[in-house]
Design a protein around this ligand. Structure first.
Ligand SMILES: NC(=O)c1ccc[n+]([C@@H]2O[C@H](COP(=O)([O-])OP(=O)(O)OC[C@H]3O[C@@H](n4cnc5c(N)ncnc54)[C@H](O)[C@@H]3O)[C@@H](O)[C@H]2O)c1
Length: 278
């Protein structure tokens, strides 16, 4: 018997990464999952949908741009038509946005990051909440970031959007608690690949050379440096985890937040960031 037997979930941005892990874990625990991504539906089907079916799960795949209201509404309507209800919404989708100084950024770049990372939450929640209110039951899980709680230089739209995710989570939780709907946020931390993308993007923007090998060597050193410890990064040196932000950690927390085990938790923003304490 699965922890989410008989439930129906929508999971956004599911072609890879944290969202794929969340969708597969929900399905393994008995949830029928509607998954979407901006990639063509055939690719989503091949990359993730087929794996869920092989593992015995029920899945519908959608090509949906979650920043587009009509596309979000169409996905929700079709999910209701095929699965009958919606119990869980995992807003996992997120893009890094530009790596630049604010004065070099276009308004279009700023808006695109806010559209995908923040407007999508509003649109998806707006579309599913009438069903959840009617059912007097719902679990909403929003993906913020460690960057939702601290600045990230040269990524102002990303950091702003992730701080907004926490504000939206707390506020929506206050609004819908009376309807037995829980709203929480997960805040993954960095991992080496994403840190490399940021460092490389910053070097390209600043016209500086970038050496991947040197980055990887310094990454390990930086994580073990005294400065990192003072910043609250209690990791391998201190005997805590060295797994800073795996998708499976986030998926395990998402499962807990989607289940009735976490019935009394709402409006929270929880780190899966290897000891980063903000
Ligand atoms: N991986 C990390 O290091 C990390 C750290 C902190 C927070 N997060 C957050 O966790 C979430 C997942 O991160 P990830 O690294 O697994 O992401 P990822 O980049 O691996 O995957 C994001 C997915 O979203 C899809 N997508 C992009 N724009 C879309 C749109 N408009 N509509 C629908 N789908 C769209 C992409 O095609 C992709 O499949 C994000 O919200 C991210 O900000 C990740």
């Amino acid at each position: 018997m699965g922890k989410l037997d008989g439930k129906v979930a929508i999971v956004t941005g599911a072609a890879r990464g944290h969202s794929e892990a969340v969708a597969r874990r929900f399905a393994r625990e008995g949830t029928a999952v509607a998954i979407c991504d901006i990639v063509p539906v055939e690719a989503l089907e091949a990359q993730v949908g087929s794996k869920i079916r092989q593992e015995g799960g029920r899945v519908i795949c959608f090509q949906t741009d979650v920043s587009d209201e009509d596309q979000v509404n169409a996905m929700v309507e079709e999910t209701l038509a095929q699965f009958g209800t919606i119990d869980i919404l995992a807003n996992v989708v997120g893009i890094a946005g530009p790596t630049k100084d604010v004065w070099d950024m276009s308004l279009a770049e700023w808006k695109q990051t806010l559209d995908v990372n923040l407007d999508s939450l509003f649109l998806c929640c707006k579309a599913v909440l009438p069903v959840m209110v009617e059912n007097h039951y719902g679990k909403i899980i929003n993906f913020s970031s460690a960057t939702g709680k601290q600045p990230l230089s040269h990524r102002a739209p990303y950091a702003t959007s992730k701080m907004g995710v926490i504000g939206f989570t707390r506020t929506l939780a206050a609004d819908v608690g009376q309807h037995n709907i829980n709203v929480n946020a997960i805040c993954p931390g960095e991992h080496e690949l994403r840190s490399l993308e940021l460092a490389q993007g910053k070097a390209e923007y600043q016209g500086k050379p970038f050496d991947k090998n040197e980055f990887h060597q310094n990454y390990v050193q930086r994580r073990h440096s005294e400065k990192a410890v003072l910043a609250g990064r209690w990791r391998a040196d201190e005997g805590f985890t060295d797994q800073s932000s795996g998708s499976e950690d986030a998926a395990a927390l998402a499962l807990y937040l989607a289940s009735d085990d976490s019935a009394s938790m709402t409006g929270q923003d929880i780190n899966t960031s290897g000891g980063v304490m903000w």
